[in-house]
Ligand binder design. Structure first.
Ligand code: HEM
Length: 512
């Protein structure tokens, strides 16, 4: 009673008003919503488009019941996001629910910690994401040419066979990320091709595991269970199934084997890249558990996010041939290097239309669609209270607040009536470009002290792969039967990241 009285006085002193309570829940403890979300696919619905986003377009900040009865506040107000991530950073943490959900897979690392351990992790990683390191693009060039080999030859009319490009792009990202992380690529793309051709060699042992469908499925299973465990809140242990434990064992096996080898035999200077994350982590700690957790965290952070950006971009370019044509012309003019020669980091970054295409893909299909924080003390968010939803709201210590980036990036009142259209040209407006700096309306890489540390790396990898793809192929044709041609028919995987379930397409090679 006393604490309630104190909280009310706190709210009054800060001019706060109550937040709108969602009316779409009839059963107690959020059971109906949980059921609706988990069974959405069976009804041909999409959890994001049908359940998470629509109520927020009407009330930009609202409160609803989570499973188990806890209340969550959801928002798509840029000012609230800025307050949590930057202005009042010290009053917010990632919190135990997410830590518990992620630690079951990744252990104790930069993603699954707050406070001093997070600070230690961030400081340890920072130098590795410097410009020089990100600039080392030899591995990316190699991985793109193996990617094209995996896409396969063209027929007499210049078309490749219809392929689901998703697993190929996953392997591309995994191969470049492991080179960055461990100093040596696991070459999963090549390993799988060799294995399919019946030539298995010992050197590609780890690559074969990582390139297998089983590994990709284990990654998806882990991602699904991580999110499920967050949604289950205090009932998270229900997500501790045999399937989940098996998936964790499969994905941990790859970094763990590399690590074991590195710790036993040291780093192989001959093979090693100029810089690699693992060597410099090993200079700072020899704690095997920490090394395992941190490397697995980076593997998770890079594989699904960068491939999600690439997948959505290819899909959107396939849906919009005129944008593909314009981008291709720009790229052919700007990048003359033949395959095999390394593209220049600065030139990739300076190619404005290419960057605008990537920014626009992440606006419509944000790789990390939902994010949340927990208040460490009673605090205030600047907007969301009262009948007009414009007054400040008081937040209790321990309250979880989720921001729905997917919906925030689609607000017509902020982006214009054409918010749902794919228009890279909108980024030519200098006002829009400034949003990237401090507008908080566009936060694909989050912001503030916990901003994504791999932003530059991801943008460079995606730009590189796209340039090579555009140079080689003059058209993308999406499989007309796959539903990828229309937004409302695209089936999405919504785990920690957002991706199309599959991406079937064929590519037309430029006739020489
Ligand atoms: C398109 C690609 C990517 C997107 C959209 C993305 C997005 C994000 C977002 C939204 C966060 C904030 C998470 C939070 O607030 O809880 C984050 C954090 C992080 N990202 Fe990325 N990311 C991408 C690629 C990468 C890559 C390639 C790496 C590493 C190679 C990476 C490493 C990290 C790390 C280590 C953090 C944690 C930072 C911290 O907590 O201090 N990310 N990323």
């Amino acid at each position: 009673f006393l604490s309630e009285r104190r909280f009310k006085a706190f709210a009054k002193a800060h001019g706060c008003e109550p937040v709108y309570k969602a009316q779409d829940q009839k059963w107690p403890w959020g059971l109906d919503r949980m059921y609706a979300v988990l069974t959405a696919r069976k009804r041909g619905e999409d959890p994001l488009d049908h359940y998470f986003a629509p109520p927020l377009y009407e009330h930009h900040t609202l409160e609803r019941a989570l499973l188990g009865g806890a209340q969550i506040i959801e928002t798509i107000e840029p000012a609230n996001v800025k307050t949590m991530l930057a202005t009042n950073f010290d009053e917010w943490v990632i919190g135990e629910y997410r830590h518990r959900a992620f630690r079951a897979v990744q252990g104790y690392n930069i993603f699954t910690s707050d406070g001093p351990f997070w600070q230690h992790s961030r400081a340890m990683f920072r130098p590795q994401f410097s410009r020089d390191l990100v600039n080392d693009l030899e591995a990316t060039e190699r991985a793109t040419s193996v990617l094209f080999e995996a896409i396969g030859p063209t027929d007499e009319k210049g078309w490749t066979t219809l392929t689901n490009i998703k697993p190929l792009l996953f392997r591309f990202v995994l191969d470049t990320a492991t080179e960055f992380l461990f100093g040596e690529s696991i070459e999963s793309q090549k390993a799988l091709m060799l294995s399919r051709a019946g030539t298995n060699d010992e050197e590609h042992d780890i690559g074969r595991i990582a390139g297998s469908n089983e590994f990709a499925e284990a990654f998806d299973t882990c991602s699904y269970f991580m999110v499920l465990r967050i949604r289950l809140q205090q009932l998270y242990f229900l997500g501790n199934t045999k399937e989940f434990r098996k998936a964790v064992a499969i994905i941990s096996s790859v970094p763990n084997r590399i690590l074991k080898h590195a710790l036993q035999y040291g780093r192989d200077d001959q093979k090693q890249r100029k810089y690699d994350l693992l060597s410099s982590l090993m200079e700072q700690t020899r704690d095997v558990k920490e090394l395992q957790a941190q490397t697995l965290g980076i593997l998770f952070a890079s594989r699904d996010t960068t491939s999600s950006l690439l997948l959505w971009t290819v899909l959107l370019l396939g849906q919009n041939p005129s944008i593909y044509k314009k981008l291709r012309e720009t790229v052919l003019q700007r990048f003359a290097q033949p395959s095999g020669a390394i593209l220049d980091f600065a030139e990739l970054k300076d190619c404005r239309y290419l960057q605008h295409v990537l920014l626009e893909s992440m606006r419509l299909y944000q790789p990390v669609p939902l994010n949340s924080r927990v208040a460490v003390k009673d605090t205030v968010l600047p907007i969301g209270g009262g009948a007009d939803g414009l007054k400040p709201i008081a937040i209790r210590q321990g309250q979880q607040v989720l921001w729905n980036i997917y919906a925030m990036h689609r607000r017509t009142d902020l982006w214009g009536e054409d918010a749902l259209e794919y228009k890279p040209e909108r980024w030519e407006d200098p006002k829009r470009s400034r949003l990237l700096g401090g507008g908080w309306l566009y936060t694909p890489f989050s912001g503030g002290p916990r901003i994504c540390i791999g932003q530059q790396y991801a943008m460079t990898e995606a730009s590189y792969c796209l340039v090579r793809l555009l140079q080689r192929y003059d058209a993308i044709e999406l499989d007309p039967d796959s539903g990828a041609a229309k937004h409302e028919h695209i089936k999405k995987t919504i785990g920690v990241t957002l991706a199309p379930v599959e991406l079937n397409l064929r590519l037309h090679e430029t006739q020489k």
